[in-house]
Ligand binder design. Sequence first.
Ligand code: GDP
Ligand code: K
Ligand code: MG
Length: 303
Amino acid sequence: PAAPTGPQRCGLIAIVGKPNVGKSTLMNALVGQKISITSRKAQTTRHRITGIRTQDNTQFVFVDTPGFQTRHSRALNKSLNKTVMGAIGDVDLILFVVEAGSFTLADAKVLSLFKPGIPTLLIANKLDTVHRRHEIAPWLRDMQERHPFAEFVPMSAKNKGDIERLFGICEKYLPEQAWFYGPEELTDRSEKFLASETVREKLFRFTGDELPYTSTVVIDKFDEEPSKTHGRFMRIAATIVVERDGHKAMVIGEKGEKLKRISTEARQELEKLLDAKVFLEVWVKVKSGWADDEARVKSFGYE
Ligand code: GDP
Ligand code: K
Ligand code: MG
């Protein structure tokens, strides 16, 4: 490609919405690599995660957020909400994600948090799942009444053409300024953090709906060791923390089958992500009530 000409453009774009609307899927598609874990479960994303894409003159810095929690009582939920509010305070553009054709009380609650003045796009996601397409136009008119959205983008995060079109739309809202990151950088998160998130994603995926969301993953060891046969060798130890003995049994599974599957899939994905040979050990520990305990929530890395 020809070298870019003209001034650099760069800005922050927050991806916000209630749980499970496809925020992390969108972010990964925009960045072109899996940075943020996804699953069918609410509360998969627990941190503010930055994904970077540099294209021609423009650097897009996307900020994926946890879905805003409407149940305030637990310390974990309070911490997640603080993360969302922090992320939308100081951005150039907000992508407010909903499921196309739907607007629930939970969506309205998220929308009510937005400060006026920051341009906001309505991302009507999962359009591929909408059978009655003719109902989308009246629904969009209804959405226009609810908030002064800058633009409406009916799309599917799983459609490449839609993703490319979204870049063109976002670009207009980014100011002329020097890039914040190098052109090759994809995220501001460490490899160690991505390792804990990868284990957590497999945990969420392979435990079906029976395991409550109050489990977390702590990385106890993340060491690079010299290797004669492989370019890079990583020794990683992770602990899955759950709230009850019964949950521990669920994670381990019959004859340890489930835990084995979680660690095998996590290792395979980490080998790709870290471009290394990986030795991964995964343990399970019970710490009752950790999600209600503010100090514990902090000690496990939540803001
Ligand atoms: P988040 O909680 O908002 O971050 O949502 P996720 O990105 O984790 O996605 C929740 C679920 O919706 C996952 O099962 C995704 O595969 C699915 N999903 C996301 N975007 C789309 C889409 O455009 N179309 C369809 N059919 N499914 C999607
Ligand atoms: K999710
Ligand atoms: Mg998410």
